[in-house]
Design a protein around this ligand. Structure first.
Ligand code: 3HC
Length: 682
């Protein structure tokens, strides 16, 4: 019998139990009306003598994905989540949580306040708050350790790890895994047994210390991780109510922090990035079989991603030995992934991998991805072959990272079927995928590329066709500015340290050493004749390569490497090369403060971002943030270069642009800051 229908919490009686079903699409976030609806339903449960208990469930295939992240920037409106949880505990009847889909953040905290938890197979559980720069704010840090012990709670809350229903059962977080959580929860008769009354299980100090160190390392000691650790450890020493109050204080402080705001921006930017603007929406072409041309590192990574997504892969290479090695490596990698439980066992078999040495073998492919050497002539020749053999209507993609997609497409008689799919290395790991529309790409190609990316569980971002697309174009401007700073007076380690302090995973010269200097050297040599002599050019990299310093792989580049470890600073050889470059330009070297280095580097990114947006290469400003954070080590907690720019004082930002304009000299193009700072997504 249905007894009440509220807008977001529907309560009905089943078998003497009040089933409270949250209906707040898309993910049943705990927005204010949900909280109010739950409190009201719980009051009915407490007051009605005919009811033996309650079940909280979610409609639409999911339990609760957490607090409503959209509410975080606004003043909290009662009832607050802790009030709802207190009402569950205070209710004289037992309340059971029926979990399915996602039970995350505040959703899991709500479940932990219930007297029992039943999870449907396939449920994902976790307290991922640190990823949003906050900690659980409704008792998660106090209740979870009472079920799992402090060390496991440190791992789960400190890293935001997500668990399967079975794993959560093994850890004692859920009581039962069932095929149908709601009926199992209705059948369950747990009695009143609040987690808050349980003692925290005792553990050896060194086990806790190890878990703490691991969480700190994984979370790069960011403020939310430190607070999460402190709150979880407090559960073992403080009475529940005190621990709860401390947790809430820390949560409220973090919630309004700039870092949490930046992380929320990234959360929504990533969800926006995968959406096509209305004008580009179309029915994607069907992609079930993918041909990957080139069995090198990139080709293998792409092949692995596609195989893990359940697609059939034809891996083509002329070199029989390379092909056989790639086939073997792929089989091993997939078997290892299956053994580790990362992919389903049936995806590990090699039935869907075809190793091909003749072009005719690519005929069945719905999508052909070229992943050969980054050289225009080589790619054009490959595309002529693809054009001659791929079936009509197949999508032809280039994995170029800089080259002009239209020029590559012109090597075929069907440029309408050509687009860029720029994967990042290692392609089976990195989530970012730049989907590049050519001038002649058919209207359904953008949708096909984006859909393909999503199917591979990547984060596809749509780009226009222009040198380096979004990511490499900005990175190039940034690295060039860093080279100018070398000549102006900074050493590579000054620049790397300043940028690593800002939060980059690695500074630009450490990155250059890692990827190898010789490729850039060859590219520069090839472009030398076309270079305008009036443009500022820093020859340091060329001189390093002339001395056989190709980076980490040759034992020396900007830094030296002993047993794979980077030297703390640069040696005399590098310093004299840099000093000679400064002298040749007539510059008196002067020290650059870390803040100057950071601002000049970021200003170079921001300026290029403005140019990209104005040129239509990026369709929204927030896409640029997604690309830089996902693909180039820009600190997520700073929100990407555009977000960073929007938090800066405008006059200072303009002055930064003046500085990089002066440093660049001839050929500097100033981006339209107004557009970048005010653009809102279409
Ligand atoms: N609040 C508001 N909106 C949310 C949300 C949340 N907690 N979680 C997801 N959404 C929205 C997304 O923005 C998206 O909206 P859109 O369609 O308008 O873009 C929609 O729900 C679907 O999300 P996804 O595109 O991510 O869909 P998926 O199916 O791929 O993933 C999910 C679903 C696993 C639930 C994933 O969205 C997710 O991980 N969400 C975040 C969960 C989270 O971080 N929870 C903790 C919140 S903080 C908290 O609870 C504080 C507490 O301790 C007090």
């Amino acid at each position: 019998m249905r007894i009440d229908t509220m807008s977001v919490v529907v309560a009905r009686i089943e078998d003497g139990v009040l089933l409270m079903e949250i209906n707040n699409p898309p993910v049943n976030a705990l927005s204010q009306p949900v909280r109010a609806g739950l409190v009201e339903a719980l009051e009915r449960l407490a007051a009605d003598d005919t009811l033996r208990g309650g079940v909280i469930a979610g409609a639409g295939g999911t339990f609760i994905a957490g607090a409503d992240i959209k509410e975080f920037g606004k003043p909290p409106a009662p009832p607050l989540l802790p009030d709802v949880l207190a009402a569950i505990e205070a209710c004289p009847k037992p309340v059971v949580a029926a979990l399915q889909g996602a039970a995350l953040g505040g959703g899991l905290e709500l479940a932990l306040a219930c007297d029992a938890r039943v999870a449907q197979a396939g449920t994902v559980l976790g307290l991922p708050e640190v990823a949003l720069g906050i900690i659980p704010g409704a008792g998660g840090t106090q209740r979870l350790p009472r079920l799992t012990g402090v060390s496991t709670a440190l791992r789960l809350i400190g890293t935001g790890e997500r668990l399967s229903a079975e794993a959560a059962k093994a850890l004692g977080i859920v009581d039962e895994v069932a095929p149908d959580a709601v009926s199992a929860a209705i059948a369950c008769r747990p009695g009143k047994r609040p987690v808050s009354k349980l003692p925290v299980p005792a553990e050896a100090a060194d086990v806790i210390a190890k878990a703490e160190a691991a969480a700190l390392k994984a979370g790069k000691s960011r403020p939310a991780v430190m607070e999460a650790i402190a709150a979880v450890k407090a559960a073992a020493t403080l009475p529940f109510a005190e621990g709860l109050a401390q947790e809430r204080d820390a949560f409220l402080n973090l919630r309004t922090s700039p870092e949490a705001a930046a992380l929320r921006h990234m959360f929504f930017a990533e969800r926006e990035a995968v959406r096509l603007p209305a004008a580009l929406r179309a029915k994607p072409r069907r992609v079930e079989t993918v041909a990957v041309i080139g069995a090198g590192t990139m080709g293998r990574g792409i092949a692995q991603s596609a195989l893990e997504a359940g697609l059939t892969v034809i891996l083509y290479d002329l070199n029989a030995e390379l092909l056989a090695t790639a086939g073997e490596a792929l089989r091993t990698a997939l078997a290892e992934r299956a053994a580790a439980g990362k992919i389903a066992a049936d995806l590990a078999g090699n039935a869907r991998l075809v190793l091909a040495r003749t072009w005719a073998d690519i005929v069945p492919a719905d999508l052909v991805i070229e992943a050969v050497f980054e050289d225009l002539a080589v790619k054009q020749e490959v595309f002529r072959q693809i054009d001659a053999h791929a079936r009509l209507g197949a999508v032809l993609a280039t994995n170029t990272s800089y080259l002009d997609v239209d020029v590559i497409a012109a090597a075929t008689a069907r440029p309408q079927d050509v687009l860029g799919l720029h994967f990042f290395s290692p392609a089976n790991v990195m989530k970012l995928l730049e989907v590049v529309r050519g001038a002649h790409s058919a209207p359904d190609l953008a949708a096909t590329g984006m859909e393909f990316g999503k199917h591979l569980k990547k984060l596809p971002v749509l780009c226009g066709n222009g040198f380096g697309f979004i990511g490499n174009r900005i990175y190039n401007a940034y690295r060039t500015q860093c080279e100018y700073m070398l000549e102006d007076g900074a050493w590579p380690e000054d620049i790397d340290t300043a940028l690593e302090t800002f939060g980059f995973a690695m500074g630009p010269f450490a990155v250059a050493d890692l990827s190898g200097l010789d490729i850039a050297w060859r590219m520069r040599a090839a472009q030398a004749a076309m270079r305008d002599a009036r443009k500022r050019y820093v020859p340091v990299l060329d001189h390093l390569c002339e001395q056989g310093r190709f980076g980490r792989k040759s034992g020396a580049g900007y830094y030296t490497y002993a047993e794979g470890r980077r030297s703390a600073g640069t040696d005399d050889t590098v310093r004299s090369i840099i000093e000679a470059a400064s002298a040749a330009r007539g510059l008196t070297r002067r020290t650059l403060a870390p803040e100057i280095i950071q601002r000049r580097s970021l200003a170079a990114m921001v300026n290029e971002a403005a140019l990209l947006l104005a040129g239509g290469i990026a369709q929204r400003a927030s896409d640029i943030d997604v690309v830089l954070v996902q693909g180039y080590g820009f600190p997520r907690f700073a929100g990407g270069p555009v977000y960073w720019a929007r938090t800066q004082d405008r006059t200072t930002l303009e002055r930064d642009l003046d500085i990089i304009a002066a440093a660049t000299g001839f050929g500097f193009e100033r981006g339209p800051l107004d557009l970048l700072l005010t653009e809102s997504a279409p």
